[in-house]
Design a protein around this ligand. Sequence first.
Ligand SMILES: NC(=O)c1ccc[n+]([C@@H]2O[C@H](COP(=O)([O-])OP(=O)(O)OC[C@H]3O[C@@H](n4cnc5c(N)ncnc54)[C@H](OP(=O)(O)O)[C@@H]3O)[C@@H](O)[C@H]2O)c1
Length: 337
Amino acid sequence: MRVFQIEGDWGMANLRLAERPQPEPGPGEVLVRMKASSLNYRDLVVPDRGYGRYTGTLPLIPVSDGVGEVAAVGPDVRRVGPGDRVCPTYFQNWICGEPDLERLTGSLGGPIDGTMAEYMCLPEDGVVKAPAHLTDLEAATLPCAALTAWSALVTRSNTRPGDRVLVQGCGGVALFAVAFAKVLGAHVTVITSSDERVARVKAMGADATINYRAVPEWAKATQAITGGQGYDLILELGGEKTLPQSLRCVRPGGTLAMIGVLSGSTMTTPLGLIVTRQVRLQGVTVGNRDGFEAMLRAIEQHRIKPVVDRVFAFGELKEALAYLKSGAQFGKICIAH
Ligand SMILES: NC(=O)c1ccc[n+]([C@@H]2O[C@H](COP(=O)([O-])OP(=O)(O)OC[C@H]3O[C@@H](n4cnc5c(N)ncnc54)[C@H](OP(=O)(O)O)[C@@H]3O)[C@@H](O)[C@H]2O)c1
């Protein structure tokens, strides 16, 4: 079968098309014929040096997210059957409960082989059924970006109607956060880089927007939006450069969901405001399968449609990654298999 793999040594130059034998499902396993993948920021990082402490071994098939159809099942499989459309879970070993080191090590696309393959063989516990109203490309966007937004708003925060939420940018996680926050009845502010994006995210339901290029001191500008009260929840996607401003506009006792490091990963902010405003810093790493299935019920109930920005062919993975790196996308970048 056709795969993309990082082979020989780490480095984007060593990401190549290759052939591997088609896997056979053993007991408790499902064979999934992959239909689509989608990209996340981490897919840019993995080819160069693996991801975090658990880099995995080479050759490695990259990309964590995708969707496919169950082609065959091994003995004793009960959760899914041939013909079902399924998404692999991002953390293959984290089904429910609190995170622990073992549960956080088994992520697809590094260290475990990912979705850029014609077929994947996975434990039946490592897949969930995809919502019927979504296309393959849309369903492929759910495992990492959507679940991260859901975990920040629901699993780790208990967002309620009327809560004030701030979201940074119009990337994958951000636009899922806008859609979920609206369904939860929250008031959503989005900061983004252009007036064109302001218009698009308003059309999606954002209640307030700030162009952070035109208004670099965006935290100050939010005072008029929150009546000086501050945000209950801020999805921190920028990291180093955005955190100091987020600390100035979160409400006392509010939460910063620490998700991304788009502007750098070093903590350079004065810590005083965290203490005096009693701010909760809540790290978020995707989520577990229970959270995934709860999110899918919400997506089905509210007919939520992921925003797909652009679609590339299977052989165009490197072009798709270059486009991801440019930051020009509004929503998700997908790969049709
Ligand atoms: N912890 C987790 O579980 C988890 C899961 C998924 C992603 N992440 C992280 O979250 C971040 C976003 O991921 P993603 O997949 O949504 O990325 P993405 O789709 O590549 O989002 C990129 C967008 O973010 C905005 N942006 C870029 N630099 C920014 C900055 N300095 N300040 C504010 N906004 C900025 C831009 O939108 P505008 O032009 O509209 O501003 C850009 O189009 C990444 O750091 C990623 O590694 C973490």
